[in-house]
Design a protein around this ligand. Structure first.
Ligand SMILES: *Cc1c(COP(=O)(O)O)cnc(C)c1O
Length: 306
């Protein structure tokens, strides 16, 4: 840092936090992006090929996703979802269905990502599964060999999976890697992210989901502060409580359950057109921005040729 002419964070909030931590340095930010061609599922690519010409030369053209008929977005998504469900059932025998609302969570398993937040109040999770509409959940993520807390987290989630067996279908897929990530971000209906603020520097898997038309439900931290328009591109868990670092586990869990009880599965099951509109906005507003093309442009402009 001391000998760099240019220093930056990987999201606006990450830049702000870094300025607090290293007040003697000038710290800018360049928000991360992911590669559209690599991260979009074949069915979604085919959808774009039909409706969004020249997007490979200009990712910003993904904003034209707003003009794609809803049922075509839905059909392409269902193809990606069926692919994931097939893989989950083949690998785990859990017996998932492609017409059930599916949450996805895949992260490096480490305590601050709070992968078990969904199980904070199991009776409440179980109740919403019956009241708001059935859910199924796909997990993945490995812990670093020396991260004891991360390994405990995986064990803890497996205990919940066993306890809920026969009641809620939950799978924990082994060997999380980019090939599996690619299937998961396209094949679930909602991408979940529950880090403890302000520890998520950026968060990139939600970007991968967005460009596949998969909205996310996430803590307002990292780049989700830039990507979330509530009910338009996805949903927030909790409020942006600034840069404090208290672990508001209980508060965040309440907010998570509220969104699942009253907002998201009800939209998915009862107002499907509106769910599809959120999917389209995830592509048009977030896919068009959180990509490597825009990111590299900013690196060139802000860092390399300044
Ligand atoms: C994208 C990705 C990550 C990083 O995801 P975050 O949301 O930034 O935590 C980690 N591992 C794999 C395999 C990925 O594809």
């Amino acid at each position: 840092m001391a000998i760099s002419v240019y220093v930056h964070g990987v999201a606006k909030r990450h830049g702000a936090i870094s300025r607090q931590m290293f007040a003697q340095h000038k710290v800018d930010s360049i928000t991360n992006g992911v590669h559209v061609g690599f991260w979009t599922a074949p069915a979604i690519q085919a959808l774009y090929d039909r409706h969004i010409t020249a997007r490979r030369e200009d990712n910003a053209r993904l904003r034209y996703a707003l003009g794609i008929p809803r049922h075509e977005v839905w059909a392409a998504h269902q193809t990606a979802k069926e692919d994931l469900v097939r893989v989950v059932n083949h690998r785990t025998g859990v017996g998932m269905f492609s017409n059930v609302f599916t949450l996805g969570f895949a992260r490096r398993a480490t305590p601050y990502k709070r992968a078990d937040l969904l199980f904070h109040d199991v009776p409440r999770l179980f109740a919403l599964h019956h009241a708001a509409g059935p859910i199924q959940i796909v997990y993945a993520g490995k812990a670093h060999p020396r991260d004891g807390g991360g390994k405990d987290l995986i064990r803890h989630i497996h205990e919940h999976i066993r306890a809920l067996e026969g009641q809620i279908s939950i799978a924990y897929l082994e060997d999380y890697d980019m090939a599996l990530a690619r299937r998961m971000v396209a094949g679930v209906d909602l991408w979940l992210n529950t880090p403890q603020p302000p520890l998520e520097a950026s968060g990139t898997s939600g970007m991968k989901a967005a460009m596949n038309g998969v909205p996310q439900l996430s803590i307002l931290d990292g780049r989700w502060l830039e990507g979330c328009i509530e009910g338009v591109t996805g949903w927030a868990i909790g409020n942006d409580n600034g840069t404090n670092s208290a672990d508001d586990r209980a508060v965040d869990a309440q907010s998570l359950y509220n969104k699942l009880e009253t907002v998201i599965p009800p939209l998915y099951y009862r107002y499907q057109d509106r769910y599809m509109d959120v999917m389209k906005h995830a592509i048009a507003l977030n896919g068009s921005f959180f990509n490597t093309e825009r990111m590299v442009d900013q690196y060139v402009r802000k860092a390399y040729f300044r």
